[in-house]
Design a protein around this ligand. Structure first.
Ligand code: TXA
Ligand code: MG
Length: 322
């Protein structure tokens, strides 16, 4: 775990328009002051992130909302009260203080209050919100340990705060509230640990309005591309252990030497634990000497948290077989 003096060092880097690796409870972020155009440029550059993909902004207290959000509806305020600090990103209309670079030209900004004590403390002591995408190269597996971030950016002089293993393990739930009386409509742009049922349970106990929750990314979430979270060796989704024929096909398809070693990505049966370990296991297998990995699609792995995990696996996979 990072010490107080390391947090001071991170603060000094941020003050001079630099960026740092930041632990959060979901995944590690690559953080810079939201109002530093230099820091924001560095984030896009080292992440190799296309400019159409907006960054989310992290806060440590609710009074920082006024800097970022031009509107903050009763439903948004309620969700923030119930789920923050935590793994929920709320997309809302932005103020002019949030640059078009951060929002990728959209009129909205994604905001999250992370629960990790180091993230909280850094933002609080720095005194300003931090823009931070996940600390991986664009399209690659998100990091859940400080070492993952160091390895991903080994050619950069990047200071990384160590907050241990990220507890949630998958990236936050991203949603947009559409307030159209008499209904409350939520659009889930990226599924996560906070599920539609969690949202429904809280909102229905609070508001008599009809609640409509829809899922699925649209062009409203430009980062929700078809492939994402990809490990450095091919990941294959298969309902069973690969047959010899399938193995041969995979070797041909990916230009892998015949009879090369491959591994199974084994996930815990408890979806919370599976989510926590998902990315770390994908990285571990990628550097184990195996040339490809497979994960078993099974009927037992169903339910809302599993569907968030499958959302990541589907995007990370190079091949899906029936
Ligand atoms: O858990 C998380 O959210 C982590 C930690 C570091 O907080 N951050 C994260 O950031 O996953 P990133 O940039 O890797 O993913 C944010 C997602 C992207 O798919 C992006 O397109 C979407 O949120 N997003 C950001 N701002 C948006 C906006 N204004 N409208 C729609 N989607 C937005
Ligand atoms: Mg990401």
């Amino acid at each position: 775990m990072s010490t107080s003096s390391e947090i001071q060092k991170a603060k000094a880097i941020l003050k001079s328009d630099g960026i740092v690796g930041l632990p959060t409870e979901t995944v590690y972020g690559l953080a810079g002051a939201f109002d530093s155009s230099l820091a924001i440029e560095k984030i896009f550059k080292i992440k190799e992130r296309p400019s159409f993909d907006p960054l989310i902004v992290h806060i440590s207290s609710i009074d920082q909302i006024v800097m970022l959000a031009a509107t903050w509806s009763p439903t948004e305020a309620f969700l923030a009260k119930e789920f923050w600090p935590g793994p929920l990103t709320i997309v809302t209309k932005k103020t002019s203080a949030v640059s078009d670079r951060i929002s990728a030209g959209l009129e909205t900004v994604g905001i999250r209050m992370p629960a990790h004590p180091i993230a909280q403390r850094l933002i609080q002591e720095f005194g300003k919100p931090l823009a931070a995408p996940s600390a991986n190269k664009f399209g690659k597996t998100s990091p859940t340990r400080a070492d993952h971030v160091r390895a991903e950016f080994k050619n950069e002089d990047l200071f990384v705060l160590d907050g241990g293993d990220s507890e949630v393990g998958i990236d936050s739930t991203v949603l947009r509230v559409e307030e159209s009386s008499p209904k409350i409509s939520l659009k889930i742009l990226r599924p996560g640990l906070i599920t539609p049922s969690d949202l429904r349970e809280k909102i229905e106990a609070w508001s008599p309005k009809e609640l409509v929750i829809s899922s699925g990314a649209t062009s409203a979430s430009p980062g929700a591309t078809e492939t994402h979270y990809q490990p450095t060796i091919p990941l294959v989704i298969s309902p069973r252990s690969p047959s010899q024929d399938l193995v041969t096909n995979i070797e041909k398809k990916f230009g892998i030497k015949a009879l090369s070693r491959y591994s199974e990505l084994n996930l815990n049966t408890d979806p919370r634990l599976a989510a926590r370990d998902l990315y770390a296991k994908m990285r571990e297998l990628s550097s184990s000497g195996s040339k490809w990995m497979f994960v078993r699609r099974s009927n037992e792995r169903q339910g809302e948290i599993w569907s968030s995990i499958w959302n990541r696996l589907e995007k990370a996979a190079s091949l899906k077989v029936d």
